[in-house]
Ligand binder design. Structure first.
Ligand code: AMP
Ligand code: GLY
Length: 428
């Protein structure tokens, strides 16, 4: 089969690398791809948020048998609906199911209706009503723009001043545009043992009925060591999550994962694809922080290397709603991903900076996020540039190997966190 993967980042590079291992995959294509992806796939220069243009491209290219849609915006824009409507087979949720990520108000209402544990919240489309509610609840409090805001629409407010300023930014100054027409005001949750919060990402494959959980992972969203600095798209990840034991697994599956998949079916928008549960372990149990309608970035970069089963077999089983018929297997052990970012990310940074890569250990995976070839040279092309991923018997072993190899890569202004994989160490 010839497969097209939609997207440009480290996540898509990891998906393409996993598909490359399938004996059933012939040619791979990426829209738009990057310099690393270009080593495995043919890159197609079409704007994937223009759903009609993607549909027209596929109509003209019958050699492409199957399309995998990974980024949030084309899913929210209905790319899967458009392609399926034209008779093309693909992987990813339809637009109505993707609302679980594209509208926080939808997600919160779903959890409320089906009793799925999450932070207490209220949704407003009026500034005055939101302000009155915030005054009643007091700080600390969390404000979330309803729509997609490049991961920046969440404001954790420690004081009333921050909350009032944040509300104004979202609803009056329209900092996140239409995404801020509605606002979700949420209880500020804290962790059970580690503070501020104990967060775990659980990604599952689902065909709308059967659920197959992947290995767990932990993201590091802040720019600097010790979870300091601004929120980013993710500065590194590791698998497995140290505090997610059998008890947490049972509770999460019974109270959160299975009820969410059943709720989406009951609402008439069964979710088919990868459903991402951003969870927090709180003093009152596991709770949903957020849902994503897709593979996480950079979670995918540590999760997929642990997959033993053919990824294309899983994708097709989801599309054909026969996920229950296949056995999905994972390696034991750990994997760590260190993100190499441009200096100044996530605020402002240069592009086009030459990248030097020394000799890496042969089993290290180097996924490209923001890179391109310019005059025959590899250069930076984004905030997150490269992902250095290594496996090991333990997180410590994987971590040591990832950092040893990251040290062999350099570009002007390169920034990485030095503490990926350290948090939530189980105390002995
Ligand atoms: P999100 O974009 O929804 O993933 O939020 C970004 C980050 O904000 C999460 O990973 C959490 O660390 C934090 N966060 C979001 N909602 C809450 C909440 N209700 N309580 C505490 N922290 C939160
Ligand atoms: N790493 C979090 C996300 O993909 O949204």
């Amino acid at each position: 089969m010839n497969i097209l993967v939609i997207g440009n980042g480290g996540r898509e590079h990891a998906v393409i690398a996993a598909l490359r291992k399938s004996p059933r995959v012939d040619r791979l294509y990426a829209m738009k791809g990057n310099a690393g992806i270009a080593q495995l796939a043919e890159c197609i220069d079409v704007d994937y948020c223009d759903v009609k243009a993607v549909g027209d491209y596929l109509d003209l290219h019958p050699e492409i048998d199957y399309t995998v849609v990974t980024p949030d915006d084309p899913l929210a824009l209905g790319l899967v609906d458009e392609l399926e409507g034209r008779g093309h087979r693909c992987f990813g949720p339809c637009r109505a199911a993707a609302r679980i990520e594209s509208s926080k108000a939808f997600a919160k209402a779903l959890m409320k209706k089906y009793n799925i544990p999450t932070a207490e919240s209220a949704t407003f489309d009026s500034y005055e009503a939101a302000k009155a509610y915030i005054e009643q609840k007091g700080a600390p409090i969390v404000l979330k723009a309803d729509g997609l805001a490049l991961g920046k629409g969440v404001l954790l407010c420690n004081t009333m001043e921050e909350a009032e300023a944040g509300l104004k930014e979202i609803m009056l100054d329209k900092k996140f545009g239409a995404a801020g027409e509605k606002i979700v005001v949420e209880e500020y949750m804290t962790g059970k043992e580690f503070h501020p919060g104990e967060e775990v990402s659980l990604l599952v494959f689902t065909d709308g009925k059967t659920v197959v959980p992947m290995v767990t992972s932990c993201d590091h969203k802040r720019a600097f060591d010790g979870d300091k600095g601004l929120n980013t798209g993710g500065m590194g990840t590791f698998t497995p999550c140290p505090f997610y034991g059998e008890q947490e697994e049972r509770e999460t599956m019974e109270k959160i994962v299975l009820p969410t998949v059943a709720a989406m079916r009951a609402e008439g928008c069964p979710f088919k694809g990868v459903l991402y549960f951003g969870l927090m372990r709180t003093p009152t149990g596991m709770k949903v922080v957020e849902y994503n309608s897709r593979f996480g970035d950079p979670e995918t970069q540590v999760v997929l290397p642990m997959l033993k089963t053919d990824l294309l077999d899983i994708f097709e089983a989801v599309t054909d709603e026969r996920l229950g018929e296949i056995k999905v297997e994972w390696e034991s052990g750990a994997c760590v991903c260190v993100v190499l970012a441009s200096g100044g990310y996530p605020v402002s940074y240069r592009k086009g900076v030459p990248i030097g890569i020394g000799e890496l250990d042969p089993d290290v995976m180097l996924y490209h996020a923001g890179t391109k070839m310019q005059d025959g040279k590899l250069v930076t092309n984004g905030g997150r540039v490269l992902n250095v991923c290594a496996k090991g018997a333990t997180i410590e072993e994987a971590r040591e190997k990832a950092y040893r190899n990251a040290a062999r890569i350099s570009f002007e202004g390169m920034h990485m966190r030095k503490d990926i994989g350290i948090k939530y160490r189980v105390k002995k």
